[in-house]
Design a protein around this ligand. Structure first.
Ligand code: PMP
Length: 364
């Protein structure tokens, strides 16, 4: 191991949960509720299932290496050019591609404290220096991030909304920030939860790229489109940036089922709107629950909410698990007193509410 880059030796393995079936077996219960990975609780849409069923007989062939149809559909939907798009095996893949395209071990990469952990991961994997800027009210402190720029800075990651805090930056704040970043530093705007943001406050981020050649926006099919298990994400950038990313991208990084499903999902507006609606209702309900119990939480624009349970957070996480409710500890994000709860179906949220109330009743 001493031969590996120091940044790689420092990395902690990604803490993924055990398969639900395994947890059920261990606990001897069969109705586990998983609210831990910000997935779409509605599952896969009917249109996607149909498209996948058709495709299943064609899998002996390699996928379309350039994702022609998906790029064409994305370009049409978002009024961009196909040569601005880079497809990825999930948006994690394009985040890594970006780092590999532009960052070397001589560079620094800026992101916020409590921001998505893939940013330090891809930075350290390259041997570059991660610069985590202290958060403000759990969110990005954009002024402090600007102040952290040095002549070694090559890339800045901004998550909007952020995971795991759900914090949100306004269009004005983002625009002002991007305008102040020198053009030789790339701004990666990660919009994995974009669809959950009310349409009247969403930033018109793709439209900024023509003016800011250093801006790259990433999106995913894992959340509101309901395709986390297939791995489909993309970046939109200046065509020259996309050209470079596509040169180092593995030719078949998005598989044929993911391409097919993403196409179908993109065309299924009804499912998307329903997903957004279910999330909004769940969010209103969970915040009301927290308010009624005197629990504080970080107001969230995503499909999850990060709730403060105080010094008992780890114990409550264990007790929720015993009762068959899996949520996500965020101690690894320097939030040891919080737990992140993904917004599930109403009955799944009820299971969480019931389990929490039982835990509190058992304590007193
Ligand atoms: N960015 C953020 C902020 C996320 O929370 C996630 C998913 N956890 C991703 C990117 C990556 O999602 P995917 O690779 O599934 O597209």
């Amino acid at each position: 191991t001493s031969l590996a880059l120091p940044g790689i030796r420092e990395l902690q393995p990604y803490q993924a949960g055990k398969p639900i079936e395994e947890v059920e077996r261990e606990l001897g219960i069969s109705n586990i509720v998983k609210l831990a990975s910000n997935e779409n609780p509605l599952g896969v849409s009917h249109a996607v299932k149909q498209a996948l069923a058709k495709k299943i007989t064609e899998l002996a062939r390699y996928p379309d290496a350039n994702g022609f149809y998906l790029k064409t559909a994305l370009a049409e939907k978002f009024a961009i050019e196909t040569n601005q798009i880079t497809l990825g095996n999930g948006s994690n893949d394009v985040l890594e591609l970006l780092a590999r395209t532009y960052v070397t071990d001589q560079h620094e990469v800026i992101f916020s404290q409590h921001a998505f952990m893939v940013y330090p991961l891809v930075t350290k994997a390259i041997g570059a220096k991660p610069v985590a800027v202290p958060a403000k009210d759990y969110g990005h402190d954009l002024d402090a991030m600007l102040a952290a720029i040095t002549d070694k800075t090559r890339m800045i990651f901004v998550a909007n909304p952020n995971n795991p805090t759900g914090t949100f930056l306004t269009t004005e704040a983002l625009q002002a920030f991007i305008a102040k970043v020198p053009k030789n530093i790339l701004v990666v705007l990660d919009e994995a939860y974009y669809e959950y943001v009310p349409s009247d406050v969403r930033a018109p981020s793709f439209s900024w790229i023509s003016e800011h050649s250093n801006l790259i926006v990433t999106r995913t099919f894992s959340k509101a489109y309901g395709l986390a298990g297939l791995r489909a994400g993309f970046a939109v950038s200046n065509a020259k940036v996309a050209d470079l990313m596509n040169r180092i991208r593995q030719p078949f990084n998005m598989n044929e089922l993911a391409l097919t499903a993403a196409m179908a999902a993109l065309g299924d507006e009804e499912f998307l709107e329903h997903s957004i609606q279910v999330n909004a209702e769940g969010m209103a309900q969970v915040t009301a629950f927290c308010d009624a119990r005197g629990l504080s939480y970080i107001p969230s624009h995503g499909n999850f909410i990060t709730i403060r349970f105080g010094s008992e957070a780890a114990a409550i996480n264990q007790k929720l698990l015993q009762k068959g409710v899996i949520v996500r500890p965020v101690a690894g994000y320097e939030l040891p007193e919080h737990l992140r709860v993904s917004i599930g179906l109403p009955e799944e949220m009820d299971a969480f509410y019931r389990a929490y109330d039982e835990i509190i009743a058992e304590q007193s």
